[in-house]
Write a protein of this length. Structure first.
Length: 467
């Protein structure tokens, strides 16, 4: 077990799993939480009324040490609807109501109810819609727009409040003095980045965010530094973390998990097309924009890898076996993490867990997954094809790549071109009271540090030449 002991010393640290009602964006063992996002889009929230009351009841889950006593599906519906209020409170909605609500539809928005479970037939469906990224979302146009902007500086922004904290930095909500828009600025203390040996990861994050642009990835607009700190300016994502929605809901109905999984797949597929491995997929790193679509954030562990890498990093619950074994690994680790994410969305807890990291890694290597009885056959079949240690069998790593996943019968009926174009209505739309609303993020004590210090000595500037 020497490779496991070695990994424990280098692993990023585990999430606080047993606190579903008290989660905060902070992860004390990781880099500063990237609470960033896409600019708020105007939308008519009142026209978005997803009919959760038509969902079929699920078999109650087994008593797992990760979760509180499992609720029935009507309680899950109540929890999801409570999230739309300014201050979540006990819903007065009748738990026994079986009334089918009428959903509003538009030509540009397709109901999530169209993504319903399909009968188990075969491993792959006839879904063959391959997104053409340049026709739906011109990433080079966005990247060039960022490159052509004047270089940003601290004086361009008014600091408003802290959105999240980490072991060597924090994320602030700011407002631009130039265009009055709201952004999230990630501030990293150089001395702590160096002390924690995160220089390479920090530079990787900056370079990768500069090179990507996608509907389901956070957008970075620029970076700068002073003698003490590094600054990364990103669009502000006001809807908070998917983790918070999942913990309040206990678990997601099958088609709700499918909606978020479909958007994540397209984001991973895009990153892999750029030879980027993400390596930190988890609900905490999926933010919700004002319309309810996901934005993947926190690229501290992302890396440009044309072939394979050996770096030991990630979040323990989501690690692929080949990472734990200190083997060279590639893009397939992100598809393993997708399997863990889908399982956690459907069950409310990850497939592998133990408070002791050594035992956790042993469970991952053993690969024995206990599926709750309420999992439908199609979802179990897909998860078995993602959560396999055999790289010659893992979906996403075969000859057809991510197409194997998108064609799987669990996604039957899903038009991935419409998913990419954000034309499928999200199952949950955050209640955003204004462009600078930060009510979906916890409050943190504000720092007394004065940013913008250029008078102090800077022994680390040469380590971050591109900031």
């Amino acid at each position: 077990m020497s490779f496991i002991n070695k990994f424990i010393d280098k692993a990023k640290g585990s999430r606080q799993q047993n606190q579903p009602d008290n989660h905060t964006p902070q992860n004390s063992n990781t880099s500063s939480k990237s609470v960033s996002s896409v600019a708020t889009h105007s939308t008519n929230h009142s026209s978005h009324q997803t009919d959760f009351s038509t969902l079929k009841s699920s078999t109650p889950s087994s008593n797992h040490h990760h979760t509180k006593q499992d609720e029935d599906l009507e309680d899950l519906i109540e929890s999801l609807q409570q999230l739309k209020k300014d201050k979540p409170a006990k819903s007065d909605m009748s738990a026994s109501s079986n009334t089918t609500a009428t959903t509003a539809t538009t030509a540009a928005a397709k109901s999530i109810n169209e993504i319903q479970p399909q009968p188990m037939q075969h491993q792959r469906s006839s879904n063959r819609s391959t997104p053409t990224y340049t026709s739906v979302y011109n990433d080079q146009s966005i990247i060039k727009q960022r490159q052509d902007r004047p270089r940003l500086k601290l004086a361009d922004f008014n600091m408003l409040r802290t959105l999240g904290t980490g072991s060597f930095g924090r994320v602030h909500l700011v407002q631009s003095r130039v265009n009055a828009r709201y952004y999230a600025v990630k501030v990293l203390k150089k001395s702590e980045v160096v002390r924690l040996k995160q220089v390479e990861h920090t530079n990787n994050e900056k370079h990768i965010l500069e090179s990507v642009a996608h509907p389901f990835l956070v957008n970075m607009w620029g970076t700068f530094q002073d003698t003490v700190n590094l600054y990364m300016v990103m669009d502000y994502v006001p809807g908070g973390e998917l983790f918070s929605v999942l913990r309040r809901s206990k678990r997601f109905p099958d088609h709700v998990a499918k909606f978020y999984a479909a958007e994540v797949i397209l984001a991973i597929e895009y990153m892999h097309s750029k030879n980027v491995i993400y390596r930190d997929l988890k609900p905490e790193n999926l933010l919700l924009d004002s319309q309810g679509h996901i934005k993947i954030t926190d690229f501290g562990f992302a890396k440009h890898v044309p072939d394979i890498t050996w770096t030991l990093c990630g979040t323990p619950d989501y690690l692929a076996p080949e990472i734990i074994q200190s083997k060279g690994y590639g893009r397939a680790v992100d598809w393993w993490s997708l399997g863990v994410l889908v399982f956690e969305m459907l069950a409310g807890y990850p497939p592998f867990y133990d408070d002791d990291h050594l035992k956790l890694y042993e469970k991952i290597l053993a690969g024995r997954v206990k599926y709750p009885q309420y999992f439908i056959p199609n979802s179990k079949d897909l998860l078995k094809r993602l959560l396999t240690a055999d790289l010659t069998k893992r979906y996403g790593n075969l000859k057809d790549g991510s197409e194997d996943i998108k064609r799987h019968v669990w996604f039957q009926g899903v038009d991935f071109n419409r998913v990419l174009a954000r034309q499928i209505r999200p199952p949950y739309v955050p209640n955003i009271r204004g462009e600078g609303d930060a009510s979906h993020f916890d409050r943190y004590p504000e720092t007394d540090e004065q940013y913008g210090n250029d008078a102090a000595p800077d022994p680390f500037r040469n380590l971050f030449p591109d900031f």
